[in-house]
Ligand binder design. Structure first.
Ligand SMILES: [Zn+2]
Ligand SMILES: [Zn+2]
Length: 104
């Protein structure tokens, strides 16, 4: 029983496919709601009104109004397109507001 190069373990086709599917699924669900939100609400920051185009669209992010990233209704009612600055502001404001007032 001589050892040949065939003892090198490679991922099977099934393993590779499963991995690819998993990666793709994550990327899909992530970019999916963003694409949908941009389509529904337009490439505009809902707060400061800044408009985005293909060159800087990556600075426009999707905010989940209820803070739940898994709540993605197809009509976009839980999404808000915010530029990275307003998005950061929105979250720090939430935390600070809750902290100070203790209520809505
Ligand atoms: Zn903004
Ligand atoms: Zn957010």
């Amino acid at each position: 029983m001589a050892r040949g190069p065939k003892t090198v373990k490679l991922p099977s086709a099934e393993e590779a496919a499963a991995l690819l599917k998993k990666m793709r699924g994550e990327v899909d669900s992530n970019s999916n709601y963003r694409t949908k939100s941009l389509k529904i609400h337009g490439p505009v920051c809902a707060k400061c009104g800044r408009e985005f185009d293909a060159a800087n669209l990556n600075q426009l992010t999707v905010h989940h109004k209820d803070g739940n990233h898994h709540n993605n209704p197809p009509d976009g009612c839980n999404w808000e397109n915010l530029c990275i600055h307003c998005h950061e502001d929105e979250h720090s404001r939430d935390l600070l507001g809750d902290y100070i007032s203790g209520k809505e």
